[in-house]
Design a protein around this ligand. Structure first.
Ligand SMILES: NC(=O)c1ccc[n+]([C@@H]2O[C@H](COP(=O)([O-])OP(=O)(O)OC[C@H]3O[C@@H](n4cnc5c(N)ncnc54)[C@H](O)[C@@H]3O)[C@@H](O)[C@H]2O)c1
Length: 354
């Protein structure tokens, strides 16, 4: 099977976890723990190969990807014993736009280098999809990368962050015209706050529990959280809609983010539910999750990239609805998880078009 050639926008913690995680499975080929699909349509996670990468951070631009993913302020979990050899991929300087506002520039200066032509680099690299991992609320930069991939290079686009690209009818139309596939928006981590919140809300629906209000508080010590505290609007929206869209009646929901530097990339999520059971008698429920944040993202990205390859193999273009519903927080069409998990398997088997 030919390699799945990917380009990466943003070589932060999520990129570090993706690249190290793929290497973990390469070095431990019998170990399939932590994978949703060890084999997905004939592809293994080790078939995913980066061929281009973009950033704006002075500690990363101009470096081989194997060095850039350890450039400050990256602080993701290090897989014991995993060393990344030089990849031959040099991180290119992208247009900064709204990617490094003052509250993020405190962690790393912008590289003093002229930006590349992202569309041209994508074309020359032979990438078949661009994975977008830039900071939340970098809307201008997200649109720039979407334009370069979908309009110029005419390759697939996987949107890992919450700017609504795949939900935008204009991008959907152009993707169809240009024969490329889309997955997004905003990754729903493997077992993250959104997946758990949705599962608990669904359980309450099944059991006739009336949910009056609920909140989710998240904290970690990575730059994603430093950023979310200053500009988390789109993340609040994708997180809240992922839960409230499942409910058959209006529910009050709040979400919060706090930056706790010493936690590094380990994220804690607290869940609170104020509900009523029989006769609306009071029912309160709390839960806590602690997880390596970027590994939780990468475990989903390896399936997204392989699902897009399967679509490319079959000539399926436009929004990949099953993948979007199961693997993202804000898909164009929300589908309950118990249903879309089956849709994804049907897509892999070839009995469902998208
Ligand atoms: N579990 C998770 O970690 C998770 C889950 C869902 C979604 N996400 C989303 O994934 C995205 C990436 O998260 P992360 O933890 O890797 O963030 P990060 O801050 O560690 O990395 C972002 C990278 O993007 C770079 N960047 C900024 N502007 C850029 C530009 N114009 N062009 C190219 N690169 C640019 C930064 O320099 C940095 O290296 C965020 O939007 C986050 O919300 C993460």
């Amino acid at each position: 099977m030919p390699d799945i050639k990917v380009a990466i926008a943003g070589t932060g913690n999520c990129a570090q976890a993706l690249i190290e995680g793929i290497e973990f499975y390469r070095q431990n080929p019998e170990d399939t723990r932590g994978l949703m699909n060890p084999d997905l349509g004939g592809y293994k996670v080790t078939d995913i190969v980066p061929v281009a990468a973009f950033d704006i951070n002075a500690n990363k631009v101009g470096k081989d990807l194997n060095e850039a993913i350890y450039g400050e302020p990256n602080n993701a979990y290090r897989y014991p014993g995993v060393e990344i050899k030089p990849t031959g991929v040099t991180v290119q300087m992208a247009p900064v736009l709204d990617g490094n506002p003052p509250h993020l520039a405190e962690f790393a200066p912008t590289a003093d280098v002229d930006p590349c032509d992202v569309g041209e680099v994508l074309k020359e690299s032979g990438a078949e999809m661009l994975l977008n991992f830039i900071p939340t609320e970098s809307h201008d930069a997200a649109h720039m990368f979407a334009d370069a991939a979908i309009k110029e290079a005419k390759i697939g686009f996987i949107n890992g962050m919450p700017t609504l690209i795949v939900c935008n009818p204009e991008y959907q139309k152009i993707a169809k015209e240009n024969g490329v596939a889309l997955i997004g928006d905003d990754v729903k981590s493997q077992l993250g706050g959104t997946a758990i919140h949705r599962a608990l809300a669904t359980l309450m629906n099944y059991r006739g529990i009336h949910l009056a209000e609920t909140y989710q508080i998240n904290y970690a010590g990575n730059t994603d959280f430093a950023n979310l505290m200053s500009r988390g609007l789109s993340k609040h929206k994708t997180k809240q809609e992922a839960v409230t869209s499942l409910m058959p009646y209006p529910v009050q929901m709040s979400t919060g983010f706090t930056h706790v530097p010493l936690m590094r990339d380990r994220k804690t999520s607290y869940f609170y539910f104020n509900a009523g059971n029989f006769g609306n008698a009071p029912l309160h429920f709390e839960a806590k999750l602690e997880v390596e944040d970027s590994a939780n993202f990468a475990g989903v990205m390896v399936d997204m990239a392989r699902l897009m390859r399967v679509a490319n193999d079959r000539g399926v273009t436009g929004v990949l609805d099953s993948a979007c519903a199961f693997l993202t927080k804000h898909p164009p069409v929300q589908i309950p998880d118990a249903v879309c998990v089956e849709y994804v398997q049907e897509f892999i088997e070839g009995t469902r078009e998208r």
